[in-house]
Ligand binder design. Structure first.
Ligand SMILES: Cc1cc2nc3c(=O)[nH]c(=O)nc-3n(C[C@H](O)[C@H](O)[C@H](O)COP(=O)(O)O)c2cc1C
Ligand SMILES: C=C(O[C@@H]1CC(C(=O)O)=C[C@@H](OP(=O)(O)O)[C@H]1O)C(=O)O
Length: 390
């Protein structure tokens, strides 16, 4: 499966076209809207989220609640567009119309795509860069991910994301018995963290950063449970599913690192405490004693839950801005200030779920079968059994 997205942050809408979904899969706008609403929540976001109520309009590829196997077209309107119609106008400016209408950005923000993107595409108004480099685009990535999540859910595969760290505050009481419990508890938390003590401290850290005109980042974790083993392949670099998931996490705005299972801790632990011992029983087939490798061996799923984490840097727009240069005058100035979040880690955990779900669903459809959903379901069920009792 593949998808492309189009649209600017303050333009009329965001669009995605999804290609390669099997036919006959139940899908409603509500399936997508629930995920869009989850992405909008989260402590630390700016005023924009109070303006938007993201809703998906399905404009192709579905009839009477079932996918047709044809491309799926989804559109999410930007409610904020009505305040930006002049600034973001599509038609050329008329003779004598004020250039100021464009709300030009000439003082690039360190950490944003502004300067490099402006130089690369020859934009002297860096609004032409920031409008597309903005994480507003993650709205339609979450829409595409919602479709993938629906496909996975119907195959008995569950995806959950939560927040592990914000601004140096680490969650530690992480006991939960099922992935459903993790989902339910993180859903209730304003920072999507299931450790109540850490939640409080994370919110305080966000308040403090905001008060200081600063920003903070953090770590999110995504878990995928119910996978058959053997999805992905060791035979070629571009068929390794862990590599594709890592790239997907890295593609989220502001993400700077990825790890699976014990991750970077593996650098200082002996092999005997890293690799997952193999067990077999008549009733349950193959199992692992532990899941320290986070569900992958040789780029293939082991059948244990996929456990992947990503680190998000602090938001680059600062209300107490850093040093920059005006690209017109070359004089030193502080960077421009655009309306901004002070922490978007909770929202980013929903985006991370979406991009991981997309990679997993794509790999399943590519590997097993892509025409009819019911047939795909039968194949996946058979495959889960086959790989357990081989
Ligand atoms: C959900 C989400 C919300 C974000 N909100 C903001 C924001 O309000 N202000 C900002 O400067 N950056 C925000 N970012 C991060 C920037 O989009 C990102 O840092 C920038 O596009 C540069 O890309 P890079 O950090 O991947 O290099 C957000 C990122 C995500 C995932
Ligand atoms: C609009 C979203 O996030 C935006 C991401 C973003 C950035 O620079 O990445 C900057 C802000 O945009 P604005 O200046 O319009 O408030 C965020 O609000 C969203 O997540 O839907």
């Amino acid at each position: 499966m593949r998808y492309l997205t189009s649209g600017e942050s303050h333009g009329p809408q965001l669009t995605t076209i999804i290609e390669g979904l099997p036919a006959g899969m139940p899908l409603t706008a509500e399936d997508i809207n629930t995920e869009l609403a989850r992405r909008q929540k989260g402590y630390g976001r700016g005023r924009r989220m109070q303006i938007e109520t993201d809703r998906a309009n399905i404009l192709g590829g579905v009839r009477h609640g079932l996918t047709l196997g044809s491309p799926l077209a989804l559109v999410v309107e930007n409610k904020d567009w009505k305040h930006w119609t002049k600034i973001m106008g599509i038609e050329p400016l008329e003779e004598g119309q004020d250039e100021e209408i464009k709300r030009k950005v000439t003082r690039p923000r360190p950490g944003h795509a502004d300067l490099v993107g402006g130089i690369k595409y020859g934009h002297h108004d860096m609004r032409n860069v920031l409008e597309r480099s903005s994480a507003r685009e993650t709205t339609v990535r979450v829409a595409a991910g919602a479709v993938a999540k629906k496909l996975l859910a119907l195959l008995g595969i569950k995806v959950a994301g939560h927040v592990l760290e914000i601004g140096g505050v680490r969650a530690n009481a992480l006991e939960y018995s099922t992935i459903d419990e993790l989902k339910e508890r993180s859903e209730k938390s304003p920072v999507r963290c299931i450790d109540k003590e850490a939640e409080k401290n994370m919110m305080e850290a966000i308040d403090k950063a905001k008060k200081n005109g600063d920003s903070i980042g953090g770590i999110v974790e995504v878990i995928v449970e119910g996978m058959p083993s053997g999805v992905g392949s060791y035979v070629h670099y571009d068929r390794k599913l862990d590599a594709k998931i890592a790239a997907a996490i890295m593609s989220i705005n502001a993400f700077k690192g990825v790890e699976f299972g014990l991750g970077f801790e593996m650098a200082h632990i002996p092999g005997s405490q890293v690799h997952d011992e193999i067990l077999w029983s008549e009733e349950r087939g193959y199992e692992r004693r532990t899941n320290r490798l986070g569900g992958f061996e040789g780029g293939m799923t082991t059948g244990m839950p996929i456990v992947v984490r990503g680190v998000m840097k602090p938001i680059p727009t600062l209300y107490k801005p850093l040093q920059s240069v005006d690209i017109e005058t070359k004089e030193p100035f502080t960077a421009s200030i655009e309306r901004s979040d002070s922490c978007a880690v909770p929202a980013a955990s929903v985006v991370a779920e979406a991009v991981v779900a997309w990679e997993v669903a794509s790999a399943i459809v590519e590997q097993y079968y892509s025409d009819r959903f019911e047939t795909l379901k039968e194949i996946v069920e058979k495959e889960k059994r086959y790989s357990r009792f081989f």
